[in-house]
Design a protein around this ligand. Structure first.
Ligand SMILES: NC(=O)c1ccc[n+]([C@@H]2O[C@H](COP(=O)([O-])OP(=O)(O)OC[C@H]3O[C@@H](n4cnc5c(N)ncnc54)[C@H](O)[C@@H]3O)[C@@H](O)[C@H]2O)c1
Length: 409
């Protein structure tokens, strides 16, 4: 008869054996996944059909979002276009209808940085069109200044549009995808979400956030056993869309500015083959690798020499001008702050508040930014905002400043 210590030893041996078995099984699955990924690299896997699929693209009014929408339309998908700029969104719809006859296309004005608006518009989409099968989180904005020169509300806005929007849209559409075990979430991040760049503190932070968000979301979907729901993270470097006007690479022959169409074709290839991560160009992976193995100071030199540190120096975005005006104190002469705020190519006139940007040499602590950027029924709250002295500033806005559209393509 076995004694208690014998039984304990046997049970320990059994546990160790079970762990070893599981470990070997894990190695087997890992080896298969590595083999599969090499195979997919060498021989492109077949593309899935998206005919009749409802595809929602945010920021569909221009650039990458517009072209992605057009590509899906060519493949027979039903398009739901979201953009803060109604005019541009309609233009995308017309382009789609011009290129792909009979395609169903539903444009909605939606500020994706506004949670309530996202939830309301999502409900309308469900009622008007049906269940979204592919969600492309693409809308993005850039402020393009050093942290200490960026007004608080622009930092908040960048994080809201570039990152928080992903939380709201995914919460709206993922549950149905999980229930049907069918769907795809595509998140457009950036190479600056893997390796940060100067003067993009808020932008890079939001894009790093999208990388983390997608990684964890992928785990959650994978470990819930929903093999029919896919995610794709897209990290392009500089694309010639007009989002980064004036910016230049130091060695364009090494990482050339990307043309929109081939970039979008590469993104589509990734989506249609359920690829997890799409970095464009592939050289980005090498920079990520360098960052992970080099000492921090050594990587600083890579950033300096490659010109990544000075990429944003000639940025001519509307927001940049706004911030410059603010720094010069020229923003509100007669109590009216008329500014040009770049939401990608879309411009809104937003309030300027002295206290939310700092002089580089000042050791001032910023005052609380009282800017109310809440958006009700798709319109920014244009009520007066009090400044430190109790004055009020009228806030103006315009959605149709296309001053950057010349930089398109
Ligand atoms: N252009 C690049 O070099 C580059 C590089 C890497 C990643 N990206 C990312 O690709 C995405 C698309 O960028 P793009 O270059 O096509 O820019 P773009 O400015 O051409 O398009 C962005 C679109 O988003 C819309 N938009 C802005 N704020 C919005 C809001 N609050 N709600 C809804 N729509 C809003 C704009 O109206 C515009 O139509 C962005 O997420 C961007 O960060 C761009």
């Amino acid at each position: 008869m076995s004694t208690a210590p014998d039984r304990a030893r046997m049970s320990e041996n059994e546990t160790a054996f079970a762990i070893l078995k599981e470990f070997l099984q894990t190695l087997k699955i890992m080896s298969y996944a590595i083999f599969l990924s090499i195979w997919r690299f060498l021989i492109s896997p077949p593309r899935k059909s998206v005919e009749g699929e409802i595809v929602l693209v945010t920021g569909a009014g221009s650039g990458i979002g517009q072209r992605i929408s057009m590509e899906f339309a060519k493949l027979g998908a039903i398009l739901v276009l979201w953009d803060i700029d109604e005019e541009k969104n309609k233009k995308t719809m017309e382009l789609i209808r011009g290129h792909s006859e009979g395609v169903k296309c539903y444009p909605y004005r939606c500020d994706v940085g506004n949670r309530e608006e996202v939830y309301q518009t999502a409900k309308r989409v469900k009622g008007d069109v049906g269940d979204v099968g592919i969600l492309v989180n693409n809308a993005g904005v850039v402020s393009g200044k050093k942290l200490i020169h960026t007004p608080d509300h622009l930092i908040q806005h960048t994080i809201n549009v570039n990152l928080m929007a992903h939380f709201w849209t995914v919460k709206c559409f993922l549950p149905t995808m999980l229930r049907k075990n069918h769907g795809h979430i595509v998140n457009i991040s950036s190479s600056t979400g893997l390796v940060g760049l100067n003067k993009l503190t808020d932008y890079s932070t939001s894009k790093f956030g999208v990388v983390g968000f997608t990684e964890v979301l992928t785990y959650e979907i994978f470990f819930s056993g929903n093999s029919g729901v896919h995610t794709t993270l897209v990290c392009p470097s500089f694309v010639k869309t007009g989002l980064f006007p004036g910016c230049k690479m130091r060695f364009p022959w090494l990482i050339p500015p990307l043309e929109i169409q081939p970039t979008v074709e590469r993104i589509m290839q990734g989506i249609l083959t359920n690829q997890h991560v799409v970095c464009i160009p592939r050289l980005i992976y090498f920079f990520v690798f360098l960052k992970s193995i080099l000492p921090v100071e050594a990587f600083h030199e890579v950033i300096r020499f490659s010109g990544a540190a000075t990429f944003m120096d000639n940025f001519k975005g509307g927001r940049s001008r706004e911030i410059q005006n603010e720094a010069n104190g020229s923003s509100s002469t007669n109590g009216t702050a008329e500014t040009n705020c770049n939401h990608g190519n879309n411009s809104l006139l937003e309030p300027i508040q002295k206290q939310s940007s700092l002089n580089e040499n000042s050791d001032d602590i910023p005052e609380i930014d009282t800017h109310n950027s809440s958006c009700v029924n798709g319109h920014f709250d244009l009520s007066s905002v009090s400044d430190e002295a109790g004055e009020t500033k009228l806030l103006k806005r315009s959605r149709h400043d296309d001053n950057l559209s010349g930089a398109q393509e």
